[in-house]
Design a protein around this ligand. Structure first.
Ligand code: SAM
Length: 278
């Protein structure tokens, strides 16, 4: 294969990989239940130190807009973008009357605008991209001089449950991570962000631990720890369709995990980092 043919082949392969990943990342129906419970103050609080009434903000992968609405309460002009038409429709329905806030259906890979932002944020989004470095490269020129890129994301390999998960849910979780990995998603993205920022010559890289801890004594333990029941009820259907688990295994995981939450479950901690840079 000559050099030209090889480069065309590599480009086509990358595009196919991205299309496959985007199909797998598409938010299944019902996920807004988890997203709607979030707020700026509890679930993206790393942004608070940057926001003021003059800031222009782009929220990439804004979902149903629950966090974006909070940003608009503390900033100037705010735009939320997301690939999901149904989540953007919900965001517009719920928060469409806020005058300094707009929502657009758009993909991080192709989003283009003449606007430049003081703050660009992407919370829990890069975990769903097969080439997160390329996404960061796309966002960099959209920042104003001195503007901040603030990424918040997980290392799913470092989640903790105490006591250990029931085997049925552990099996589901292992299958979920494998299903993600096979689509090219980085299960440990949180711990790789600083390096990606450095490779793209971002400056003043700041890393903050934002672990999401929920314990039995918390009033919302069942709903917070229950995120994995929700994942099994929604994403789990894709895992069954893609033959990573059977339907029986999916249902068994939900039942065993709900029982763990109601009985022996004491603690769940999701490993979440905020990495920000100029
Ligand atoms: C886990 S949700 C996070 C939503 C919200 N930022 C939060 O923290 O609650 C990830 C969101 O990223 C969106 N998303 C995934 N890939 C995207 C892309 N290529 N461009 C824009 N949004 C994307 C999904 O549709 C989904 O709404």
């Amino acid at each position: 294969m000559n050099r030209f043919k090889k480069s065309v082949f590599l480009k086509e392969t990358a595009t196919m990989q991205q299309q496959f990943a985007e199909k797998r990342a598409a938010m299944p129906e019902g996920t807004n239940k988890v997203l709607d419970r979030r707020s700026l103050e509890t679930d993206n609080k790393n942004l608070l130190k940057y926001l003021n009434s003059g800031s222009s903000v782009l929220d990439v992968g804004c979902g149903s807009g629950a966090i974006t609405r909070g940003i608009a309460g503390r900033a100037g002009k705010v735009t939320g973008i997301d690939t999901s038409e149904s989540l953007i429709a919900l965001a517009r329905k719920n928060y469409g009357d806020i005058s300094n806030l707009e929502f657009q259906v758009a993909d991080i890979h192709t989003f283009d605008t003449t606007e430049r932002y003081d703050i660009i944020t992407a919370a829990r989004v890069l975990q769903w991209l097969s080439d997160p470095k390329e996404a960061l490269r796309k966002l960099k020129p959209l920042l104003k001089e001195g503007g901040v890129l603030a990424i918040l994301d997980y290392n799913h390999e470092k989640i903790q449950w105490h006591p250990a998960l029931p085997v049925e849910m552990q099996k589901f979780y292992d299958a979920f991570l494998q299903w993600r990995k096979d689509a090219g998603f980085d299960n440990a993205i949180a711990d790789n962000l600083s390096q990606l920022f450095a490779k793209l010559n971002f400056k003043d890289i700041n890393l903050e631990v934002q672990f999401e801890l929920t314990q039995k004594r918390d009033a919302d333990f069942a709903s917070k720890a229950g995120i994995w029941s929700e994942v099994a009820k929604t994403r789990g259907n894709q895992l069954v369709k893609d033959k990573y688990i059977t339907e029986e295994e999916r249902l068994a995981a939900i039942a065993a995990y709900d029982s763990w939450i109601a009985n022996e479950g004491q603690l769940m901690q999701m490993y979440l980092l905020a990495v920000e840079a100029k």
